[in-house]
Design a protein around this ligand. Structure first.
Ligand SMILES: Cc1cc2nc3c(=O)[nH]c(=O)nc-3n(C[C@H](O)[C@H](O)[C@H](O)COP(=O)(O)O)c2cc1C
Length: 204
C-alpha cells in the first residue's frame, strides 16, 4: 500500500501506456521530500516493470568519464532474498530486509582508464561517488513509482559475495531494499541550510 500524505497529495497519477508502470508525476521538489528510508514493507510483490524503471533511472546517472562502474543484482526470489537479508541483519540492524520483497545488490565494477587515472592524479576515488549517484536516482525513481527503498551500507559483504557468486575482486558498496511502504511520510530531519552552505567563501 502507498500511503498518501499531505506531501504527495498533489501528485498526478499517470499510467505508462500498455504496462503496469504507474508514475505519480509530481514536482521534483515534492519527490525528494517523499523519498525516505522505508523500514516497514507490505507483503505485496513488486512488478518487474517497475524494478526495470528504477534500473533505467540508475543507468542514466552521471559518472566520472561516463565510466558507469556498476552492476545491479535484483534479488526477488523469496528464498534467496531472505538469505541476502540474513547477511544484512545483525546487532539489531536491518531486520526490515526480511519484510522487503526485493533486495538490490550493487556491485562496484572497474572504472574505465580515464576515470581511474584522473582519480589517481586528483587523489579521489570517483567510482564511489558514481555509485552513490546511481543509487540515489534508483531510489528517487522508486519513490515516483509509489515504492519505498532503504539504502543499506551495513551488511556482511563477504557472505553476500559468496551467496551471489560475485568474484572476490569486486566490492559491494551498497544494497537497496525495495517494496511497497507501510510507513507514512516523515518530515526530514536535516541540518539547516545556512549550516551546510555559504556564499562566495567557506564558512566555519
Ligand atoms: C550510504 C548509506 C548507508 C546507509 N545504511 C543504512 C543501513 O545499513 N541501515 C539503515 O536502516 N539505513 C541506512 N541508511 C539510511 C540512512 O539512515 C538515511 O538515509 C538517513 O537517516 C536519512 O533518512 P531518510 O533516508 O529517511 O531521509 C543508509 C544511507 C546511506 C546513504
Amino acid at each position: 500500500m502507498f500511503l498518501l500524505s499531505p506531501i504527495n497529495k498533489k501528485a498526478n497519477i499517470t499510467h505508462e501506456r500498455g504496462s503496469n508502470v504507474v508514475y505519480l508525476c509530481m514536482e521534483f521538489s515534492e519527490l525528494i521530500k517523499l523519498r525516505q528510508s522505508v523500514r516497514k514493507y507490505t507483503d505485496q510483490s513488486v512488478e518487474r516493470e517497475k524494478i526495470t524503471a528504477c534500473l533505467e533511472a540508475a543507468r542514466l546517472a552521471p559518472s566520472a568519464n561516463n565510466s558507469q562502474p556498476w552492476k545491479f543484482i535484483v534479488v526477488d526470489d523469496p528464498e534467496l532474498k531472505n538469505r541476502v537479508a540474513d547477511c544484512t541483519a545483525s546487532l539489531g540492524m536491518n531486520k526490515f530486509t526480511y519484510q522487503a520483497p526485493v533486495i538490490v545488490v550493487v556491485v562496484l565494477e572497474k572504472e574505465n582508464l580515464f576515470s581511474s587515472l584522473g582519480g589517481k592524479v586528483k587523489d579521489k576515488i570517483f567510482c564511489h561517488y558514481d555509485v552513490g549517484l546511481a543509487v540515489g536516482q534508483f531510489c528517487l525513481q522508486a519513490a515516483e513509482l509509489g515504492l519505498g527503498t532503504c539504502i543499506i551500507g551495513w551488511f556482511h559483504e563477504k557472505k553476500i559475495r559468496k551467496l551471489l557468486n560475485i568474484s572476490k575482486n569486486r566490492r559491494i558498496p551498497l544494497i537497496i531494499s525495495l517494496g511497497y511502504s507501510e510507513a507514512s511520510v516523515r518530515e526530514k530531519n536535516r541540518k539547516p541550510i545556512d549550516e551546510i552552505s555559504s556564499w562566495n567563501a567557506y564558512k566555519n
